[in-house]
Design a protein. Sequence first.
Length: 101
Amino acid sequence: MDSEAKRRYLDKIAVIGGVDPYTLKKLDSNTLPAIEAADLTNYLVLGTSYYTVQQFKAYRSLEAYNQFVSGWVKDVAGCKLNGKYVVVGKVRIVLYFIVLL
């Protein structure tokens, strides 16, 4: 992870007491709050994102959006820590290879 991504990650987990979400064992999909697209947009655009407003206006071209709607995100679950919801999902990994003849 590059230094900027690491800094953003540490800033995010500081909000929940420095707990690394990858170490959480008690996750449940029924724990997640009801949210709508506007909630995510407000949080991501106005809150903590490094994406620009223009990128969010063209959200369908964002790689993460395309991966989500294509079924790459699975097993979304979460828990509540220090009054905040923590959401974790599994993302399928793709290995690319080239065969040279």
